[in-house]
Design a protein around this ligand. Sequence first.
Ligand code: FES
Length: 71
Amino acid sequence: MPSAVYVCICNAVTDHDIRAAAEAGCTNLAGLTMRTGAGACCGSCVESATQVLAEARAAIELPLVLLDRAA
Ligand code: FES
């Protein structure tokens, strides 16, 4: 597993934390903020956190799309 990268410095939230939140069912920034604190202070991480969350969600949802196509 690659080293973690801090996405939210204010709340020490890493990309690994965001991926874990996505795997736990987090689908949007509001949920991510509630779960991890990302974006709750200065807000400068919001764009990056949203992007990492979207990438994580896409990686989770992709296999389901492939299964649907195979059926
Ligand atoms: S860097 Fe995330 S709230 Fe400040």
